[in-house]
Design a protein around this ligand. Sequence first.
Ligand code: ADP
Ligand code: MG
Length: 724
Amino acid sequence: MSVNASRLKAVENITSRTAPVVNKTESLEDIWAIDVFNLEKMGKVLSKEAFESIKKTTQTNTALEAEVAEEVASAMKDWALEKGVKFFSHIFYPMTNATAEKHDAFIVTDFDGGAISKFNGSLLIKGEPDGSSFPNGGIRVTNAARGYTAWDPSSPAYIMQTENGATLMIPCVFASWTGEALDKKIPLLRSNDAMNSAAQKVLGLMGESEIAPLNSSCGAEQEYFLVDAKFANARPDLLLAGRTLFGAPSAKGQEFDDHYFGAIPSRVQVYMQDAEDQLYRLGIPAKTHHNEVAPGQFEIAPYFEAANVAADHQQLLMTVLQNTAKAHGFVCLMHEKPFAGVNGSGKHVNWSVGNSTQGNLLDPGDTPEENLNFLLFCGAVIRGVHKYGPLLRAVIASASNDHRLGANEAPPAILSVYLGDQLETIFEDIKNGKLAPTDDGGVMDLGLSQIINFKRDSGDRNRTSPFAFTGNRFEFRAVGSSQSVSGPLIAMNTMLADSLDWIAEKLDAAFKEGADKTTAVISVLKELLSLHGSAIFGGDGYSSEWHEMAVKERGLKNLPTTADALPYLKDEEITKLFESTGVLTPLELESRYEVYAEQYLLSIEVEAKLVVNMAKTLIYPAAISYLSDLAEAGTGMKSLGITLDDATAKIIAFEANAMMAAVAALSEAMEKEDFSSTDEHMQYAATTIRTLMDNVRVHADTLENEVSDMLWPLPKYQEMLFIK
Ligand code: ADP
Ligand code: MG
């Protein structure tokens, strides 16, 4: 028997390893944001005028003046050089879930061959990456060949440290020469502007005299798996697709609920603390960490920040978690469903909007006045989720997140809003006219006291809802763990802007007819709820009754796959939404559809190729090898007059043949090229290809449970999930 030694060796190596001791004794104060060129550091080195100007730019998103940029750039360079930095890089956020960087040295040689470090305002502000290989959905083909990057001063520059040096990183927007957004940052900034101007209108109509610029906030909870690198390296599927395409369930999974919030394994604890130290140096406020539901699954959540900064920090956090994992001998899996049969990973995006004068507008206040604003903003969100549910589904659509949504462990693919009992009752009462204005301009007692006494109740949770009010914010739970938070934030800000515009128009009309504030708000909300209240749902989002009721009675869309969801990006209403709010032009939106569709098709293509390859070169040989061992043993025994039962051999032969037949069917299906549209191609991938991949897996997983453990080439679920 030729034992498959690599897998067994990995187990041995992992269990006998000594963990790296990371001895970090610096206090939080010593390390907090020391690698960030933030306002505090600028305050110490810039002239008073320059500092005031950049402060205004960062806080209100106004353009950075050229002279100020020059002064900031020079101060930034001095700060970085003093810290030993030799390179700088514009970092930008293309239409993938990853970041892109172009590194340049500070150094330029002069005519005498001497080295001088050159870095001025124009270099800081603008770069020209030859980014023609970034996905652009056809924009650059039709326009100019090159893109440019430009510093986003609202997101501070920082230093990425490696053992051999450091690089100054400058967060940037990425656009085509003709001004189209080629990234996720530009639309996020625009969506914030759109939300701000619509919110200003509503608050102005509500009689607020001083209204500071509004910003959206985001706090994202990141789930991930840790698997020892020795296991991951022995699994082509984990390496190339980020998930296991094969693997029989482990005898023990997550059914004991003994992992969630349990004691964190010490090797993992050391890893987390190492990563958090780096996050603190980068000014990322990592706040909580704990085990998650599945074995080997964990979560980290930073404190919330302005959405634009939070989005950049989220990308950086994923990079730090992944890089640090390598140093600790782990692979950090951000994939939404790395292992079948146990929970997948999500990224809860907590979102609110507010400013320095009115505070958080999704936080119920202490006065009826504040609560009228609160109810209007909440109503605006409800309208947004109802009217643009398919958009919210489309912005979280990916080949990997499809495995999670609707799988009875993560939110369903139907978008509804959960409000909690108390708030739901208030909106019910408004809708049913129970909270009607009275003749003397007040509201009925019941209503008024309800509005006055509304207290937030954050303990009220419904884990099955994709979009839940959690006391002072909404939590978009259907977002996938590997995704950029920008897409969801753009969609939420934009739908809110649209709803607030609608509300402003209605309020204005009511006031013109002489209504007082309470009457106007209640009547606008009543109309809003009669049109959009069907998105409110407090029951069990996993149940089949809901799936039926949502679609049949409430007219909500159930879009289980990316192939079902992405075409909505071409929908007329959604195109109009982005155009009217100035967030994306029709061309920019269309290019996003093209890019995301292509990514979806490529992901499935890679997986399908891997399924074929692994089945042929790893699994089939193991099965055949065991069969020949059995045959040899059978012959040997026969000479001793002993007959071996051939049941196992028969099962293996049957399953191996069936698997290879399924492989042949999949290979053939992958040849198809003649699709009439991208939509049709996506449907084909979502249904035909994925089903054929599953068919191969069924036989392979059966073989895993029949073939000798000594021969099995792939690390098994029980090893990957439980050995740390
Ligand atoms: P959960 O109870 O859902 O596990 P946590 O308290 O761990 O949530 O984290 C929730 C996230 O929501 C954190 O990132 C937190 O900073 C963030 N958060 C809290 N308040 C707000 C708010 N008003 N707006 C946006 N995010 C918020
Ligand atoms: Mg949460």
